[in-house]
Ligand binder design. Structure first.
Ligand code: ATP
Ligand code: MN
Length: 463
């Protein structure tokens, strides 16, 4: 029979029933007559407190071996706890140390460690309160995301990770090859023999599943992807990773307004879900990581998002009189400092900005009648700036063909994408939500490297 989790034990009515639990010792305290343990097994933030009388019958040798960090199995009776932190505690009768953790070398001592230090021990950091909570919230968010789409008839499509096309045209690609680079470096031939490479052509890790998702949207109407994406962007920021997960819904017969409605309903649904489902972990983030978090998320979950055009955004920024690091004028891309200023200072709430200049957006976005702007929509939130980037897609064959050429892309790579406009095309839209940005937003964590189990960033792929 499987042993109960700590989470289940903490829900029990104290009736001196005997239970056996296992987990890791978070802290241990000895007095002359008793030993106290805090035991955690990751099932929830709380520990179960275990108390052993150091009497003759006590497992004294095991009690001494069970240091902070050790994995143990404990049997005891469930008793009412006099402490106000928990309603029950265990009075230990048997103890088995499963894996010792020598006190002089265990890297997670009781004191608070910096997140920078914890990144260096990524193999142990999930055993801290913060990283345990992040893992549980991340899990709840993924479940909520699938639930949201599944409830609305979306089909989950698995788009490829290796691809020959650069969706964003931004050139931030990791190349995938079986050509031995060392041999290449020694060879005198300046040309790379791609016909001999694994795929017979240059190939890359995907930066987005969108183009493939569009194929399925134009057959199944409502689809989404949720998978890893890769960007070799050499930006050492607190909101960029080289490997991150992206959620990309794509919907046929849906224009930019329908797309904005979906994005807004989606974000608000996810927030409500996690506030309800992860109350203990969320209270922890509110108390320890970002005071005011809960109130701000509840507010966002309950209020409609303001929608403004890029024109208005630029007017606001120009009128602000603020000296930004990157000056703004019509035509310039909004940097995170601008995005944050708009959502934190000007509007003080999440914001959807639409109709960006075509030059700063991807080739596939639908051109407006003004021929200067495209039907893009970015969702900006306080603390982070952009969390979602989306658009209505160009569904006119001739315009798309022209845009591919204008952007200097190779049309032969996009023949199938163009054909979607030739055979039964339809207006369609979608967006990409960076999963780690969402986790960051929800937990209040400052650095994106701390909301993914094993971050990959420039010069860092350890663990
Ligand atoms: P940014 O300007 O912030 O770099 P972007 O315009 O490059 O974002 P998109 O190409 O629109 O982003 O990607 C869709 C979403 O993916 C973004 O809204 C963001 O949430 C997320 N995202 C983009 N790049 C990264 C990254 N390097 N690490 C983590 N998430 C990212
Ligand atoms: Mn980017």
């Amino acid at each position: 029979m499987s042993e109960p989790r700590v989470r289940d034990v903490l829900q029990l009515q104290p009736q001196q029933q005997i239970v056996t639990v296992h987990g890791w010792v978070r802290t241990k305290r000895d007095t002359k007559n008793v030993t106290f343990f805090e035991l955690n097994d990751g099932s929830c933030l709380s520990n179960v407190q275990v108390i052993f009388d150091r009497s003759e019958n006590a497992p004294l040798a095991e009690l001494d071996r069970a240091q902070t960090g050790a994995s143990v199995r404990v049997t005891g009776t469930v008793e009412a706890s006099p402490g106000k932190e928990q309603s029950v505690e265990l009075h230990g009768t048997a103890l088995e140390v499963i894996g010792e953790a020598p006190a002089d070398s265990y890297p997670l001592q009781k004191k608070r460690h910096s997140f920078e230090y914890l990144r260096e021990i990524a193999h142990l950091r999930p055993r801290t309160n913060t990283f345990g909570s992040i893992a549980r919230v991340r899990n709840a968010l993924s479940t909520a995301i699938h639930g949201f789409f599944q409830d609305r008839g979306f089909i989950y499509v698995h788009t490829p990770i290796i691809t020959a096309s650069d969706t964003e045209g931004a050139g931030e690609l990791f190349q995938v090859t079986t050509i031995p680079l060392d041999a290449l470096a020694r060879s005198k031939d300046p040309e790379v023999a791609y016909e001999k490479d694994f795929f017979g052509r240059p190939a890359y890790l995907t930066v987005s599943g969108q183009l493939n998702a569009e194929v399925y949207a134009l057959a199944l109407e409502k689809v989404y992807t949720f998978g890893p994406t890769f960007r070799a962007e050499n930006s050492n920021t607190s909101r960029h990773l080289a490997e991150f997960w992206m959620i990309e819904p794509e919907v046929a017969f849906c224009d930019i307004t329908c797309n904005m409605d979906l994005a807004e309903e989606f974000v608000r649904h996810i927030l409500r879900h996690v506030l309800d489902d992860c109350a203990e972990d969320m209270a922890f983030f509110d108390k320890r990581i970002h005071p005011g978090l809960l109130e701000s998320l509840r507010h966002v979950a309950e209020s409609p998002f303001r929608r403004i055009s890029y024109d208005e955004a630029v007017e606001q920024l120009e009128a602000s009189g603020v000296e930004f690091e990157y000056p703004v004028s019509w035509g310039s891309d909004l940097q995170s400092e601008h995005e944050k200023y708009l959502t934190e200072v000007v509007y003080k709430e999440p914001l959807i900005v639409t109709d960006y200049p075509k030059e700063i957006k991807a080739f596939y976005m639908k051109l407006n009648d003004d021929e200067r702007t495209v039907r893009a929509m970015d969702v900006l939130v306080p603390r982070l700036g952009e969390i979602i980037g989306g658009s209505e897609r160009e569904d006119r064959y001739a315009v798309l063909e022209r845009r591919i050429a204008e952007m200097g892309l190779a049309p032969e790579n996009y023949w199938w994408y163009l054909e979607l406009r030739k055979f039964g095309g339809a207006p369609h839209s979608g967006f990409g939500l960076g999963f780690e940005r969402l986790v960051q937003y929800v937990t209040g964590m400052q650095n994106i490297r701390d909301v993914i189990p094993f971050p990959r960033t420039p010069k860092n792929a350890a663990f």
